[in-house]
Design a protein around this ligand. Structure first.
Ligand code: F6R
Length: 248
């Protein structure tokens, strides 16, 4: 059993929190140029990638030796679909820095993805040496990756159905179109295998999920509460996401 150790850093604005996360990622990559980064998508991460690109353009950091593994991908979308997380990562980050795209990975997300696809992704992460830093957002319902409420703490990369709250929250990325109903996601157990976890949560809509993630012990009702069992978690919050009083 690992000893829980998490630190919370609270910033006055969402952009200040995102900038601090970017600074933390940059210091990780400077210390270990071939770091293995676990990456996330979602609106919360967009300013983080913007800050990383700006730092790269200033000559402050290089990503040429980094490998990346994204948390999740919608099932049934071609990588070229503008809604896919592959396209999103290209557009928001990879296309603007010196990263080697052959070392950027997302789960294989065909609709009939078998258990083998999840196992392959797990094996690729292990082969890369494991994830040094896993970047995480949090859903309004407490999900991490696409591990919706009810997910097991030892779950691994697999095909999952998305919760109706997630479908509603993510409709904004599909320009009125339909959000795919399923995805391949790293499991909670996969996430907990990272050596360090960096969670960014901004905005009042995340305050209850942030509070529940810190309450008591692991509850499947709030997948992010599993982070309490990890020995190196850094929370970066803006004051709105931190506005609900922490229970502990
Ligand atoms: C994205 C992911 C999700 C998001 C979460 C928050 O790869 O795994 O868990 O981090 O849904 O999304 P936003 O930032 O759009 O509120």
């Amino acid at each position: 059993m690992q000893t829980s150790s998490s630190q919370r850093h609270i910033f006055p604005t969402s952009d200040a929190a995102a900038q601090a996360v970017a600074a933390h990622i940059i210091s990780t990559v400077k210390a270990k140029p071939n770091a293995v980064l676990g990456l996330a998508t979602g609106a919360t991460m967009e300013p983080v990638y913007a800050h990383l690109i700006a730092a790269y353009k200033r000559g402050d950091v290089r990503f040429s030796d980094v490998s990346t593994f994204n948390l999740d991908e919608y099932a049934g979308l071609a990588p070229s679909d503008p809604g896919s997380y592959r396209s999103t990562m290209d557009r928001l980050f990879f296309d603007h820095v010196d990263i080697d795209k052959t070392k950027t990975f997302l789960p294989e997300a065909s609709l009939d993805a078998s258990a083998a696809a999840g196992n392959d992704y797990e094996a690729m992460i292990i082969q890369a040496g494991g994830i040094d830093l896993q970047l995480l957002g949090i859903g309004r319902n407490g999900h991490i990756g696409f591990n919706e409420p009810g997910s097991a703490i030892d779950s691994r990369t697999r095909l999952v159905e998305l919760h109706e709250d997630t479908l509603a929250a993510n409709a904004r990325f599909f320009d009125g179109g339909k959000v795919p109903g399923s995805a391949i996601t790293m499991g909670i157990g996969t996430i907990l295998s990272a050596r360090e976890i960096v969670v960014l949560a901004t905005g009042a809509a995340k305050a209850d999920a942030v509070r529940d993630a810190h309450c008591g012990s692991f509850s499947p009702d709030c997948p992010a509460s599993a982070l309490q069992t990890h020995n190196h978690v850094l929370w970066f919050l803006d004051s709105a996401a931190a506005s609900t009083r922490f229970a502990a």
